[in-house]
Design a protein around this ligand. Structure first.
Ligand SMILES: Cc1ncc(COP(=O)(O)O)c(C=O)c1O
Length: 415
């Protein structure tokens, strides 16, 4: 039986689905009207309809079907209330940085919106600023894009991939959608901060021989930082095990440590960087990978038509030339971070060390009172889903001026 609306006379010809079939409904149906469509079945369902074929629901490749992935629906809006200080996603909320970004914006012509990019000059700017040859760089759509491209490049179904846990959520998503066997190194809860013992990392690499090890440094949300000496050992272990090591430096330079000097002599090491955090450009969706020229060449051979758009290209070309603005903002945010940590400690709350532009505080018995009092002022992560951080609230860093009212509200609630 056809649905009622498909059978009734209808002056607007239209397609309807009927079970697994597609049906065309038209009051003035005639065979000649459809002969050009091919594969038409004049099924004679009734005088107003014609069946035009089976619905074909394509199935993606098995690694995607098997992953059973669910992601938050980006077609549904989850607005963040106006007027609140946004300390929930580790964005840069520094007003002086924003004023600079506003000024940069006025120098970008609308032509950037109507033209395709020429990225050569931006590659040169970036290479000069970083002090590394241009053949060690590839631009990406945020560090998220850098991570996705690394999986695309190196991970085949059933490959072992080593991740930290907890870490940036997209690692698990890409590992699943590329059909990897995921092994997690869980952070342990300690008094000062969640920790991952170096020997456990080295043993996992030696025993598992993973195809890829993803290591954010600093990690998120734990804030854990590996020293250069530790990184050196991890890089060597990965080299011996045949493991590609992706070091995610999304939070550079909130922690100034960088593994970039290692890449020239270690083709198995890649560094992912972003303009989303320190530069305050999360909306621009831009980042880059740094690696050995031979490794980076694979990314250029398989790059999309343009790695990033012309608006982002024009914006970054100016911004990188004026990188001192970003450095000054990182200093203001770091001062704010220290101020917040000292204030919380003096109120008697436990703080965890973090190398990122965020930190964790445990409000203990005062938690629900403080969360209610802060609700009209700021958005932040009230609690964590992970054992190593349970009971801790996460605040992205902001300036001392913007933190002050937050500290006052917390202080009024009593330490
Ligand atoms: C460790 C880490 N890596 C990567 C990202 C992704 O950043 P983006 O895609 O904005 O560059 C984030 C975002 O929070 C992160 O915490």
């Amino acid at each position: 039986m056809l649905p009622h609306h498909a059978k009734s006379g209808n002056s607007n010809p239209h397609w309807v689905t009927h079970g697994a079939r597609v049906v065309f409904v038209d009051d003035e149906l005639s065979h000649s009207k459809f002969h050009c469509l091919g594969r038409i079945f004049m099924a004679g369902l009734d005088k107003h309809t014609v069946e035009v074929g089976e619905l074909f629901s394509p199935r993606p490749v098995s690694r995607v079907v098997n992953a059973g992935l669910r992601r938050p629906d980006s077609r549904k809006s989850i607005p963040r209330p106006d007027g609140l200080l946004l300390l929930d996603k580790n964005e840069n909320t520094d007003p002086e940085l924003k004023a600079w970004l506003d000024r940069v914006q006025t120098r970008i012509s609308a032509v950037s919106l109507s033209t395709y990019p020429d990225l050569g000059p931006l590659y040169s700017e970036l290479s000069n600023w970083l002090g590394i040859p241009v053949d060690q760089l590839v631009l990406t759509t945020g560090s998220d894009g850098a991570i996705q491209r690394t999986f695309e490049m190196f991970v085949e179904p059933n490959d072992a991939v080593l991740l930290t846990q907890p870490t940036f959520a997209m690692y698990q998503v890409y590992a699943n959608s590329f059909g990897a066997r995921v092994h997690c190194l869980e952070y342990e809860r300690t008094e000062s901060a969640p920790k991952l013992d170096l020997n456990r990392i080295l043993t996992a690499i030696e025993e598992l021989h993973p195809r890829l090890f993803c290591l954010p440094n600093p990690d998120s949300p734990t804030g854990n930082v590996l020293s250069l000496t530790d990184l050196d050992q991890v890089i060597r272990a990965c080299g011996s095990a045949g493991t590609v090591l992706l070091i995610d430096e999304a939070y550079h330079p909130f922690t100034p440590i960088t593994a970039i000097p290692f890449v020239a002599s270690n083709p198995h090491v890649l560094i992912a960087r972003t303009f989303s955090k320190a530069w305050g450009l999360a909306g621009l969706r831009t980042g880059y990978l740094v690696g050995h020229p031979e490794t980076i060449e694979w990314f250029h051979r398989t790059r999309p038509m343009y790695e990033i758009g012309e608006y982002a290209n024009a914006f970054l070309s100016v911004a990188i030339r004026e990188h001192a603005e970003m450095t000054a903002s990182v200093e203001r945010l770091t001062a704010g971070k220290i101020f917040f940590a000292e204030s919380m400690t003096s109120l008697g709350f436990e703080m965890l060390a973090s190398g990122g532009n965020f930190q964790h505080v445990a409000f203990g018995d005062s938690a629900s009172r403080i969360h209610s009092a802060l609700r009209p002022f700021a958005l932040y992560r009230a609690d964590s889903d992970f054992d190593c951080l349970r009971g801790f609230s996460r605040f992205s860093s902001t300036t001392r001026d913007l933190f002050s009212p937050i500290v006052n509200v917390i202080s009024d609630c009593g330490g």
